[in-house]
Design a protein around this ligand. Structure first.
Ligand code: ADP
Ligand code: MG
Length: 296
């Protein structure tokens, strides 16, 4: 488009992370609302800059109803104001915010809402993996929900191409470690050097689904303190925590398929798309998620 950055009015901050800041903005000429993500790399290393550019490259390539849509990119947008380099892109505004926001408000979600989230994320992952892209950072704050109750994958800050060599996989351990799969933490033990990384996204989804059901991050009990080292050890060595008996058999089975410690035995995206937990709610589920968004 021929828009100028000056055409956008900043209305609010939607989120701040290590990647950058996301603003709610209004395009003055059309009054349309967008989300604008600003990635700064002022004094930062080349790595941060490459990461930002990779995120933008991936977003330009993807076009799916299960991935947040990017509408335009400004390279070096506000650079004149404070010196450092900057890339920003604007994307569709997701009125419901992130799944992390939703869980903060509602604590737990119903099974049909969780099923809807799982189905959308699996469809998004199926699309990405077919494009040879691994997301690598599936977690509640990177899953966004709109006013229709649709879930979409966002934040490609640590994504990359499907790994071809051990080195590529090893060099990619950035981002949050909490949702990281055993084979990414310890590739030698799990033969992860032969994994293309796609199974890691499934592991992360399993943790997200479990979190939506039990109301907290599954590998740390409420009130429990765990530093990064003990958390990494828990992922590598501890028995995966069991789902509560109160959850349906389908949901428990789904989580078990995602959280198989050995990535070779873990469910694949294509298999899980046909899982009873994903197929059983089909129509009512989006309505349920829509309900959660609308009462926030
Ligand atoms: P970071 O790389 O800093 O983690 P994200 O792209 O994950 O950046 O965005 C940070 C937060 O901003 C998200 O968790 C979400 O709460 C909010 N956000 C991001 N994009 C949008 C959007 N398109 N619509 C609404 N909120 C968004
Ligand atoms: Mg994020």
């Amino acid at each position: 488009s021929n828009s100028n950055l000056d055409d956008f009015e900043k209305l609010a901050v939607l989120g701040r992370g290590n990647g950058g800041t996301v603003y709610k903005v209004r395009h003055r000429p059309t009054r349309a609302i967008y989300a604008l993500k600003v990635l700064k790399f002022g004094e930062d290393t080349e790595r941060v800059q490459q990461q930002a550019l990779r995120e933008v490259e991936i977003l330009k390539r993807v076009d799916s109803g299960f991935i947040v849509m990017c509408h335009g990119v400004f390279e070096n947008g506000f650079a004149d104001t404070d010196g450092g380099g900057e890339v920003c892109y604007f994307m569709e505004y997701m009125e419901g915010g992130s799944l992390h926001n939703l869980l903060q408000k509602h604590h737990r979600l119903s099974e049909d809402a969780i099923s809807s989230i799982a189905r959308s994320v699996l469809q998004g992952l199926n699309y990405l993996h077919t494009m040879q892209i691994v997301h690598r950072d599936i977690k509640p704050s990177n899953l966004l929900i709109n006013s229709k109750g649709e879930t979409k994958i966002a934040d490609f800050g640590v994504s990359g191409v499907v790994a071809g060599t051990a080195k590529e996989l090893y060099g990619s351990c950035m981002g949050t470690c909490a949702y990281m799969s055993p084979e990414r933490i310890d590739p030698e033990r799990w033969d992860g050097i032969y994994s293309d990384g796609c199974a890691g996204d499934v592991w992360s989804l399993g943790l997200v689904v479990m979190e939506c059901c039990i109301g907290h991050f599954p590998l740390i009990n409420p009130g429990e303190k765990r530093d990064w080292v003990t958390l990494m050890c828990a992922i590598s060595f501890e028995e995966t925590r069991e789902m509560p008996e109160t959850a349906s058999a389908e949901l428990r089975s789904f989580v078990r398929r995602c959280l198989h410690r050995n990535w070779r035995s873990r469910g694949t995206v294509k298999e899980l798309l046909r899982h009873p937990f994903v197929t059983k709610f089909q129509n009512s589920a989006e309505k349920q998620l829509h309900y959660y968004v609308s009462c926030s």
